[in-house]
Write a protein that binds this ligand. Structure first.
Ligand code: V55
Ligand code: FE
Length: 531
């Protein structure tokens, strides 16, 4: 079923569209939109009095779907099964959790960042969550209302917050230099304490060395050096076509940076890093200046614009940047990337069109859930041949989903295993397919699936190695399960990543629903502050 597609081949659109069928409609329920929508469904369930039924209107103060706001501490959580002896560290998560009711025209990606931690040590698990208390949170807390009412539209801001960072810090988290950095791609990170989750440095600019006004939500840790390779887009100002690429040592020293330009200003959510190259992928989720002027959000989908796959050396000045062009596509997350014999390969989740139902379509087009469904897809380009202008597209797996992961020790190296929150692709009734996690083996192109059962939705998974020097993929896969029939109550499920279909080795029970999650990150015990 996977098909090789040459982007220069004009017939490729129809050749891969024939593989779509009705089950692909389900894709939105496991994608990013699904992750946020899942959280909103449970929020609404909680907002309504028991037995009120769906017919009663939600009270206005609860109309922001993801309003939850509960900071919590649960010591020594109840566990079914046994926390493995070789699982010690912390699983961090972050997601949007609107601080006050949002403008109804705004999108779920604009909720304020709420960080969660499962601290796992010596067979016990503590759960803690805290809002990121950055300048935005503090100003709004003071005012008692939202002062930044529209996603990445500074023109709508309350005049009182002029000059403050607009960051919601709601997208991803990573440990660096003893801090937990909470990330939003339009701003510098916020730096939190790894143990208390208190915000230590609200606007962290790496001791004033950050060569960009923004910082990606998807930095990569170099598999050889441990350095953090990252970038910022719209790097020199709102709407700019400058992208800053840079690399920091674990001690916070800036060791390389370069500036490049993109063919057009689109959402550069993730990127790929290999031993020698940085790869950017420009998709037609474009800045819409008119929409912004009219008080709308930053982005809109242009369904006729082409994609651009850009490759640049990691040690140069950016002038060798080479762009390969391809058909209209969306890819927002990288599973893994590598080089082989002068070709660069980037494995992504890819859809034909806008994957987000809440992102406007340009030109009066309708959002299409089939064309918006993502599958794991390999993009590659030939760096040896100066004459090729296109990149290649190959569907790898038939499991849908938008949040693929890998063993993060292989961020910049050749890798074998990927992991994905998905749905049972073989369900008798695809419309009711259960959620699950799948492991993909790129060496054999085989998969192993864990079916989470009915009534459960799953957040993005995260891999934790059994030891710092464990083999690739030798470890645990974990993620938060939302129990739909228990008012959205949360469980952390922990599986042996090499035996997914055996089911969880441990389930950590929360007494409440978990905070919403976009991304999560594992910090092994060897990198935790010893207190
Ligand atoms: C994504 C998530 C964001 C965002 C941009 O693809 C892209 C995911 C949670 O916020 O602002
Ligand atoms: Fe992301």
């Amino acid at each position: 079923m996977a098909k090789d597609i040459k982007s220069d081949d004009k017939t490729e659109n129809s050749s891969d569209r024939h593989t779509f069928d009705r089950r692909k409609f389900l894709g939105t329920a496991v994608g990013l939109a699904g992750a946020v929508a899942g959280a909103s469904l449970s929020a609404n369930a909680q907002a309504q009095p028991p037995g009120s039924g769906a017919a009663r209107p939600t009270p206005p103060e609860f109309q922001t779907p993801q309003l939850f706001r509960l900071e919590s501490d649960v010591h020594d959580c109840q566990v079914t099964g046994k926390i493995p002896d070789d699982l010690n560290g912390a699983f961090y998560r972050v997601g949007p959790d609107a601080q006050y009711p949002m403008n109804p025209r705004n999108i779920p990606f604009d909720g304020e960042g709420h960080v969660g931690m499962f601290r796992i040590k010596d067979g016990r698990v503590d759960y803690k969550t805290r809002y990121v208390k950055n300048d935005r949170w503090k100003a709004q807390n003071e005012a008692g209302k939202i002062l930044f009412p529209m996603y990445r539209n500074p023109y709508m801001d309350d005049p009182s917050v002029a000059g403050l960072s607009r960051s919601t810090a709601n997208t991803h988290i990573i440990n660096h230099k003893g801090y937990l950095l909470s990330l939003k791609e339009d701003s510098p990170p916020a730096a939190l304490d790894l143990i208390t989750l208190e915000t230590v440095i609200p606007n962290y600019t790496f001791d004033d060395t950050l060569p960009s006004q923004t910082f990606t939500a998807h930095p990569k840790i170099d598999s050889q050096t441990g350095n953090m390779v990252a970038f910022g887009y719209e790097a020199t100002g709102f709407g700019s076509d400058d992208v800053s690429l840079f690399e920091y040592t674990p001690q916070g020293e800036l060791v390389w940076n370069a500036m490049v330009k993109v063919p057009y200003v689109g959402m550069l959510h993730d990127f790929a890093v290999t031993e020698n190259y940085i790869i950017l992928y420009v998709i037609p989720m474009v800045i819409d200046r008119q929409q912004i002027q009219e008080g709308g959000i930053h982005w809109a989908w242009n369904d006729s614009e082409r994609t651009h796959f850009g490759v640049v050396r990691r040690d140069g000045d950016g002038s060798d940047m080479r762009w390969f062009t391809g058909p209209t596509r969306s890819a927002t997350h990288v599973m893994g990337a590598f080089e082989d014999g002068g070709r660069v390969y980037v494995d992504v989740e890819m859809s034909e069109s806008n994957p987000f139902p809440f992102m406007p379509m340009q030109g009066g087009k309708q959002w299409d859930p089939v064309r918006g469904t993502s599958y794991i897809t390999r993009l590659s380009a030939d760096m040896n041949n100066r004459n090729v202008s296109g990149y290649d597209i190959e569907r790898l797996y038939d499991y849908m989903g938008a949040l693929p992961r890998q063993d993060d020790r292989y961020n910049t190296a050749s890798y074998r295993y990927g992991f994905l929150g998905t749905r049972d692709k073989d369900a008798a009734n695809p419309r009711q397919a259960n959620a699950g996690y799948v492991r993909m083996d790129n060496a054999t192109r085989t998969t192993e699936f864990w079916n989470a059962g009915a009534g459960t939705s799953l957040a993005e998974c995260c891999f934790a190695p059994k030891r710092d020097n464990a083999r690739e993929g030798e470890g645990y896969l974990m993620g938060v399960a939302t129990r739909q029939n228990e008012n959205g109550r949360g469980d952390l499920v922990i599986l042996d990543a090499e035996h997914l279909s055996d089911g969880p080795v441990a389930v950590v029970h929360l007494p409440i629903r978990a905070t919403g999650q976009i991304h999560g990150w594992w910090v092994p015990e060897s990198q935790m502050p010893q207190v």
